[in-house]
Design a protein around this ligand. Structure first.
Ligand SMILES: *[C@@H]1O[C@H](CO)[C@@H](O)[C@H](O)[C@H]1NC(C)=O
Ligand SMILES: *[C@@H]1O[C@H](CO)[C@@H](O)[C@H](O)[C@H]1NC(C)=O
Ligand SMILES: *[C@@H]1O[C@H](CO)[C@@H](O)[C@H](O)[C@H]1NC(C)=O
Ligand SMILES: *[C@@H]1O[C@H](CO)[C@@H](O)[C@H](O)[C@H]1NC(C)=O
Ligand SMILES: *[C@@H]1O[C@H](CO)[C@@H](O)[C@H](O)[C@H]1NC(C)=O
Length: 640
């Protein structure tokens, strides 16, 4: 139900009933508000005076309501006197100024009957009733001209005269339309003089217009048989509901004697909207408070997360800037660590393939929990991100016969790549970075078969000049320098592992292969045997056939032996290795019988396995310009 706010002001200026009303003492009255009028008025239906404002309310926001307010004292006139007049004016839907011979409207109906008639009394001369209607409903039944009109009704709802609501503006000299439903109070004048009834209306602050809206000759003595007239108001609601009010009323028998209403004293219309406005400051305050709380909470969460991550920031990130991705982005990139995208599973955790927007294919390693201790993290999950290497790791080509074999030039290029990368780790950064797990399965191949040193799962930073602490041995069986268990990791243990890797690449087999003949089982020993027989070519991967450089393979094999010397001090540095491998420096003179050369290391099974998952993975520095190794980036998830 659409509640329409309809607020009326009726300022009634009655005049020119002079001499017609017999009771001279009731010749005039004025109400600037109806606070004092209770005793003078007859009210029925929904009509009531609202205190303390003194507003006369005729209907409220209920449907099918009617209300009447009549001045109790009837006006009597002397039929011998020829002259008779009255006037009225009203505003709004269903409100009417009424002159009636009776004040009993109990049998009348609301809605279109305006609370004045019923179906049988409408149009009957016995009604003895004059009404001025301000009608906001267009009833075809009663020939209404529109839904915003003023009409003069005599004994009937069918107006004898009507016009669209408007007023003549004295200042502009033309008619101005008025919206009866605007909710603004409206002034109405009804004058009856010389048997002419005229109706004038105007907005609240406007002076009485010079020209009335309606003006019609009417002989009222024809209408009323009785000589007692009651003056008052009627209002009714239908399916449209509205509050209808009268703010003030002035009446006089003579237009000259009519007192002016004091507009400043009139009660205010209680705007239904005003109620909302009263509650809204509280509501606004609540909303503001809520917004503030939300803001504080968000800032709090932000600061908390920032602090949390600040604590996790790794030393290398200070130098190279953070290389982090949100857990969410990695979760998305790997489709929620979908098993279908799993590339592999190792001692340190599982590796998933993923794709990050703007970065491309990545490999994400979820580090197993036991391996986390060394990092500055708590319950979070450690994820290492690296570029995805589409051609996998070198071991697949070396040891799995189904793979296409690598040509010598490819192998030699890979060796150079890895030597260069390892040299960078050892000397390029402000800290010495040990890789700790150089082996064929950690050397990745990109789409152009460039070698990338991957898996910094165990890499650690060492400050230059630090004496190497006796950390637990770590690495992979066969690649571990013999002194590792006693002296701990150093650049020289990395070089030992690199030497082993070189020999693997050239020979296409693992450093220790229990499945082959005894004399060949230990690769280093076997190469030295071949060298002694002056047939180093026997050690080379047979799959390359004759497609290799004898000079290069010989140099590389000897360099591998040099790097795997068990005498630590006799091993070259990575810088030297790079120079040898690039043929910028000739190899030192040595033989298979030189001290420490060709000695197979004992297999330290237990050490190797127990230490695998107990040491901290860490991060790599960023790639050097030639991108020789895979960059790992650390990210911390929130658990989930
Ligand atoms: C309107 O007045 C009638 C009594 O005249 C009352 O029963 C009804 O509850 C009122 N409705 C509102 C909305 O105030
Ligand atoms: C109409 O009102 C008159 C009195 O005003 C009453 O006698 C009559 O029964 C009413 N008719 C209907 C249909 O309500
Ligand atoms: C103003 O309205 C009145 C009443 O409807 C009409 O008689 C009069 O001609 C109009 N005047 C102008 C200037 O339109
Ligand atoms: C009004 O009507 C009455 C009776 O019908 C008649 O006596 C009187 O002269 C009329 N008055 C005017 C002004 O026409
Ligand atoms: C190496 O990667 C490239 C690019 O993805 C691909 O076209 C090629 O087939 C791969 N080679 C092997 C041997 O897997």
């Amino acid at each position: 139900m659409v509640a329409q706010e309809l607020h009326l002001i009726l300022l009634i200026f009655f005049n020119h009933l002079n001499c017609l009303l017999s009771q001279q003492e009731e010749a005039s009255f004025i109400y600037d508000g109806f606070g004092q009028a209770q005793a003078d008025l007859h009210l029925d239906g929904a009509a009531k005076i609202i205190f303390p404002s003194g507003l006369l309310q005729l209907t409220n926001a209920s449907t099918q309501q009617m209300g009447h307010a009549f001045f109790k004292q009837p006006f009597e006139f002397d039929p011998s006197v020829k002259k008779l007049s009255f006037s009225t004016h009203f505003v709004g839907h269903g409100i009417a100024f009424v002159v009636s011979s009776s004040i009993d409207f109990t049998q009348a109906d609301p809605t279109q009957y305006l609370g004045l008639f019923n179906i049988s009394t409408n149009g009957s001369p016995s009604s003895q009733l004059l009404a001025i209607e301000l009608d906001t409903v267009q009833s075809a039944e009663f020939d209404d001209i529109d839904k915003n009109h003023v009409g003069i009704n005599i004994n009937s709802l069918k107006s004898v005269e009507s016009a669209s609501a408007s007023y003549f503006s004295n200042t502009k000299g033309k008619n101005q339309s008025i919206k009866l439903l605007s909710g603004d109070p409206l002034q109405v004048w009804v004058d009856y003089e010389d048997a002419i009834l005229s109706v004038t209306l105007a907005p609240l602050r406007i002076q009485k217009p010079k020209h009335p809206l309606l003006s019609r000759p009417i002989n009222l003595t024809d209408i009323f048989s009785d000589q007692k007239w009651f003056f008052g108001f009627s209002a009714a609601t239908g399916s449209l509901v509205s509050y209808q009010y009268i703010l003030g009323w002035s009446f006089s028998r003579s237009r000259v004697l009519l007192q002016r209403l004091d507009l400043s004293k009139l009660p205010q219309i209680p705007h239904p909207r005003a109620k909302k406005e009263q509650t809204s400051p509280l509501l606004i305050a609540l909303l503001v408070l809520l917004a503030l709380i939300t803001l504080v909470a968000l800032v709090g969460v932000y600061l908390y997360r920032r602090n949390k991550y600040a604590e996790f920031r790794e030393a290398w990130e200070k130098e190279y800037g953070p290389h982090r991705f949100s857990y969410k982005s990695l979760y998305k990139a790997t489709k929620g660590f979908d098993k279908d995208g799993r590339l592999g599973k190792g001692g340190f955790g599982e590796v998933y393939r993923g794709n990050l927007p703007r970065i491309g294919d990545i490999a994400v390693k979820r580090v197993c929990h036991d391996a986390n201790q060394g990092l500055k993290q708590r319950k979070g999950e450690l994820l290492l991100v690296s570029e995805y290497m589409c051609n996998g790791s070198v071991d697949r080509y070396l040891f799995h016969r189904e793979k296409p074999f690598l040509s010598w030039s490819q192998r030699f290029a890979i060796l150079k790549d890895i030597a260069s990368a390892l040299n960078y780790l050892h000397t390029g950064a402000s800290q010495v970075v040990l890789h700790r797990d150089i082996k064929a399965s950690n050397v990745m191949l990109d789409s152009d078969f460039n070698g990338r040193l991957g898996d910094f799962g165990m890499a650690r930073f060492e400050d230059y000049g630090d004496s190497l602490p006796g950390t637990a041995a770590v690495g992979t069986m066969g690649y571990m320098a013999p002194e590792l268990t006693t002296m701990g990791a150093s650049t020289r243990t990395d070089i030992y592992a690199f030497g082993t890797f070189m020999l693997e690449v050239i020979c296409g087999r693992r450093p220790l292969d229990l499945k082959i003949a005894d004399e060949k089982r230990h690769l280093i020993k076997w190469i030295c045997d071949c060298w002694r027989r002056d047939s180093l070519a026997d050690a080379i991967d047979t799959r390359m056939g004759l497609e290799y450089s004898e000079e290069e393979t010989e140099m590389a094999l000897k360099l591998g032996l040099l790097c795997t010397n068990i005498v630590v001090e006799s091993r070259p540095t990575m810088e030297q290795v790079v120079q040898y491998i690039n043929k910028n420096l000739p190899l030192p003179i040595f033989s298979p019988d030189s001290p420490g050369i060709g000695v197979s290391t004992p297999v330290l099974l237990e050490t190797a396995f127990t230490s695998r998952c107990s040491l901290a993975p860490s991060a790599s520095p960023p790639s050097p310009h030639n991108s020789m190794f895979v960059t790992h980036t650390i990210t911390y998830g929130d658990g989930r």
